[in-house]
Design a binder for this molecule. Structure first.
Ligand code: GAL
Length: 950
């Protein structure tokens, strides 16, 4: 398979501009007929993107024959590497360098280097601190020139053995990016281990080195060549040919380094990246490594700067809108330069990737630069705009602004900015108003790991997470508590989610011994400015958060002053969006809330430890804070950035069931500290939390509240409250494998009131509970429900005020069937049934998608259910399942959603948990064909599914 950059120029015709990630050199600007041969990353044929460049996957043999037969052009089979001269009219190339890295990890400090001294740093005696060489990498994001950093004149790099060109890394592991070095495990179990439950019990810590060769041609020498890293965990330091280029400590931010001064012509440029992941650096699983995409960007000396455009919209109505575009231009040329800047606006269909005709353009302007930076700006009115709005009531329409720089009428740069036209107001009484419509925020919190595949970013895995959330009725995501992968925001733009974009979990006051607080003073400004510049064109982003539950809540005016400083920076970078920080402690009478435009409460809104079942707990008890915040800040919109922190494991029911609507977990109430499971009656929470029912009531009693972000949408690695002996969280509405907990249906019943649904819990196979009280709860969007036990009505119930489920708490178990019929406004609405099942008899396998791309990245998520002879799921089945994958692909990972399962994720043997298990498979890159996934288990009939990769 050959990957090309392709410019479409008419039906079935186009121009190859660059070869990417392959050992062939193409004569550029050769016209070919390719519509039937090429497919892009989404599997779409080549002829769908007008006047845009895109990546295409070609069958190499077919491509050769096309070249020879149509054009008699020649492709030289020169086995060179990856940086290639694109004789491109647009002047800009963005080349993936994800493949073919050499990787080495050491649990101790293998090279005597460090960013700076820090607690827990191994072998501090002779370490060479490189901070002074790294700090200048942030200079582009430090406003006051006096605060920028001067690189030391000496070069310390000679000591970095692993970075030298001559170093032989052939014995190192070969890896492709994105890469999370820790996810394969094994898990650390028990006490006195280097990584405990909070950080997921996986080997995240240590020093990791990545090396890769780059080829530079003579034409590249005339270019600026940048390294763009979307995320590196953490303390990245980059060498090229033994020269320390720079780095970026914060593992969640994207950054750019200028490789140009150190590149040499030839195939032997060695890029070496050192990462250093401290122990005790995080409250959750951080992952480790080059876990997002890495790119080379090659541009003319005069080019659109990093994150160089800023597109905003105003005066938005169905008939017109004004688009304002600012273009920041950077010149690395020593001579004075004159360039023309022009931006055209195109409709963009993010689902098909189709770029439409130009519908408007901004007046061309001329900029004179003598080195350094320049700026062009302009506005254009769009008639009858296609508005971006959130799911489910609006459509997420997108546009692309195509900016071109011209020198003497020759295009020297072309830069695309996706954006959306939308208006958002933040109303203190109504809540969020998007394009004139009140949108109740039905949000969840999202950590950056993708379950069994870890933090290595994967578009399909993230898309799947959002798809399940959309089914839930969720319309908003809080990126807790750090900048997300850039592609995740492309997904939220495309799928119509509102985003609470957050950068820090701590400021100067730490939460763990080696967290970001150690470098906050040096890095908060470059991190915050680069984060906002990166993300501010995304229509899905509706608020900036500069912090989560920071310790500065407790430091009165000192903390508030720091908050104000961060708010000011954010306003400078983007005056169009409000700034917030999440508060679990600060009260209206304190200094801390004042600087923020929007008030974001964690748990305080519905009250903390203020229900009867929590009265015995130690810790601060807080009355519901919504009314007092609203009264003290009548002009500021108020919402909850974290609610609930409810706990459960899927399919686990523990008796007796608490009478009230919300309770903390302990061994007599909802929890089992031996099996490490929490009851899925969905009434239990962390000590500071509340059940969903309690949160809903608080929201309904205070209708001015704009909505909530539930902690959490999906389970995530680490933070396994309340059982830190395990590996992953209990907070999710959806478990780590992607299976729905009962809670899913409670949220769905509220968030999608028009959806006819009813859901009974618990399951009804309790051989040991015959004659015992076994409460039955029904979750439904209906307002009335009638339950039948073995055909006998238990009477009708209606939901009272501030009630969100139907409860029959006195049902005595006998085998048979539960059946519920729900009603809405007296009309039959939805029904559900569960029955006592027989012994496990067979496996049932199914794929979320049976056709995927053969690109080594696209995934199929395969679910396995353990069924009885009649096809019912056996609710507590835990059979050991073996997966085999044959054909054109491989197994990536398995899971079952059990927080206490320490089987390594890549294992092909996995026990079912509560009747289910998951396998994740991918196709082999460039080798399309069928792959067959088979699940077998002793004593059960096996099952298989075929996934076609193409
Ligand atoms: C909050 C915190 C989250 C998570 C959650 C559940 O206090 O902001 O990051 O820790 O509690 O424990």
């Amino acid at each position: 398979m050959l990957r090309l950059r392709w410019k479409y120029s008419g039906i079935c015709r186009g121009t190859i501009t660059t070869v990417i990630e392959d050992g062939l050199q193409v004569v550029p600007n050769v016209h070919i007929c390719a519509s039937s041969l090429g497919r892009d990353d989404l599997g779409q044929p080549a002829n769908r993107a007008l006047d845009s460049e895109m990546l295409l996957n070609f069958d190499r043999v077919a491509l050769f024959s096309v070249f020879f037969s149509l054009h008699h052009s020649f492709i030289a089979a020169v086995p060179t590497a990856n940086v290639r001269p694109g004789a491109k009219s647009s002047g800009r190339e963005r080349i993936s360098i994800n493949d073919g890295w050499k990787f080495y990890r050491s649990e101790t400090n293998p090279d005597g280097l460090s960013y700076q001294h820090r607690p827990n740093l191994p072998s501090t005696a002779n370490t060479l601190e490189l901070k002074a060489w790294i700090l200048p990498s942030g200079n582009g994001f430090i406003k006051d020139p006096a605060n920028r950093h001067q690189r030391p004149t000496s070069d310390p790099a000679a000591n970095a053995t692993f970075a030298q060109q001559s170093f032989d890394a052939s014995s190192w592991e070969t890896v492709n990016l994105p890469h999370d070095w820790a996810i394969k495990g094994p898990f650390y179990q028990g006490d006195n281990v280097p990584v405990t439950g909070g950080m997921g019990r996986l080997p995240t810590f240590g020093v990791g080195w990545y090396r890769r060769k780059l080829t530079v041609t003579s034409k590249d020498q005339a270019k600026q060549v940048y390294l763009d890293i979307d995320g590196a965990m953490s303390y990245a330091m980059v060498w090229l040919n033994g020269n320390l280029v720079g780095g970026w400590p914060y593992g969640y931010n994207s950054f750019r380094l200028d490789l140009t001064p150190y590149l040499k012509e030839g195939a032997d440029n060695v890029l070496a990246i050192r990462l250093d992941n401290p122990t005790d650096s995080s409250r959750w699983y951080p992952g480790g490594g080059l876990y997002r995409n890495v790119w080379l960007t090659k541009v003319d000396a005069v080019h659109v700067a990093q994150s160089g455009t800023y597109v905003t919209t105003r005066d938005v109505s169905p008939t017109s809108a004004t688009v304002d575009v600012v273009v920041n231009i950077e010149s690395k040329s020593n001579s004075s330069q004159k360039v023309d800047v022009a931006t055209g606006i195109h409709v963009f269909d993010a689902t098909t990737g189709q770029v439409g005709d130009e519908i408007a353009d901004l007046t061309r302007s001329t900029i004179s630069l003598s080195g350094g930076a320049g700026q062009a700006s302009g506005s254009v009115k769009i008639e009858n705009p296609r508005i971006w709005g959130p799911y489910a009531t609006q459509q997420p329409h997108l546009y692309i602004a195509v900016t071109r720089l011209y020198r003497e009428n020759k295009t020297i740069d072309k830069y695309e900015t996706r954006f959306g036209i939308r208006s958002v107001t933040y109303d203190s009484d109504i809540g969020l108003v998007v394009n004139g419509e009140h949108v109740e925020v039905q949000g969840v919190n999202d950590h950056h790991d993708l379950g069994a595949i870890g933090t290595a970013f994967n578009v399909r895995a993230a898309e799947r997470q959002l798809e399940v959330l959309r089914e839930l009725g969720c319309n908003a995501v809080r990126m807790s508590h750090n900048p997300p992968a850039p592609e995740l925001l492309e997904l939220t733009d495309r799928m119509g989610f509102l985003v609470f974009d957050e950068i820090f979990d701590m400021w100067q006051r730490n939460k763990t011994t080696a967290d970001f607080s150690l470098i906050f003073d040096d890095w908060h400004e470059p991190d915050l400015r680069s984060f906002i510049r990166r993300d501010r064109n995304h229509p899905s982003v509706v608020v900036w958060s500069v912090g989560n539950e920071v310790g500065e809540q407790y430091t009165n005016e000192t903390g508030a002053a720091l908050a104000q400083k961060l708010v000011d920076i954010a306003h400078e970078e983007d005056p169009t969006r409000p700034v917030t920080a999440s508060m679990n402690y600060a009260k209206p009478y304190m200094d801390f809330p004042h600087p923020f435009d929007v008030l974001s409460l964690n748990y305080q809104g519905e009250g903390i430890r203020n229900a009867p079942a929590y009265s015995q707990l130690s810790g601060i008890a807080t009355a519901p804070q919504y009314p007092v915040f609203h009264a003290a800040f009548p002009q500021k919109m108020l919402w909850s950035s974290e609610t609930a922190a409810a706990l459960s494991t899927r399919g686990t029911y523990i008796f007796p069931v608490v009478n009230g609507t919300s309770a903390p977990v302990n061994d007599t109430s909802g929890g089992n500290s031996t099996s490490y499971q929490v009851s899925a009656y969905e009434l239990y929470s962390a000590d500071f939390g509340s059940s969903p029912d309690k949160v809903f009531a608080a929201q309904d009693q205070n209708p001015f509240v704009a909505g909530e972000f539930v902690w959490s949408g999906w389970d995530y690695l680490g933070e396994p409250t309340p059982y830190y002996a395990t590996r992953s969280s209990y907070f999710g509405i959806i478990d780590l494998a992607g299976f729905k907990k009962d809670r899913f249906f409670l949220y769905q019943s509220r968030w999608r009131p028009e959806l006819k649904m009813a859901h009974i819990l618990p399951h009804w196979t309790w051989p040991d509970r015959v004659g015992q009280v076994t409460p039955v709860h029904v979750l439904s969007s209906g307002d009335e429900a009638e339950l039948f036990v073995n055909g006998k009505s238990q009477g009708k119930k209606t939901k009272g005020e501030y009630e969100y489920r139907f409860r029959w708490d006195e049902i005595v178990y006998s085998p048979g069937e539960l059946h519920v019929i729900t009603y809405n406004n007296g009309i039959e609405w939805a029904s559900d049934a569960v029955r006592t099942v027989g012994a496990a008899s067979r496996l049932h396998i199914s794929a979320d998608r049976t056709t995927i791309d053969a690109d080594g990245k696209d995934l199929s998520f395969i679910s396995i259910e353990v069924l009885d002879a009649d096809g019912n799921i056996v609710p507590e089945a835990n059979n050991e399942i073996t997966f085999t994958v044959e054909g054109a692909g491989e197994l990536v990972a398995t899971d079952n959603g059990d927080p206490a399962d320490f089987t390594s994720f890549p294992s092909n043997v996995r026990k079912a948990f509560s009747g289910k298990a998951l396998a994740i498979v991918k196709g082999s890159a460039g080798q399309p064909g069928p792959l067959t996934v088979t699940a077998t288990a002793e004593g059960l009939s096996s099952s298989n599914v075929v996934v076609e990769t193409h």
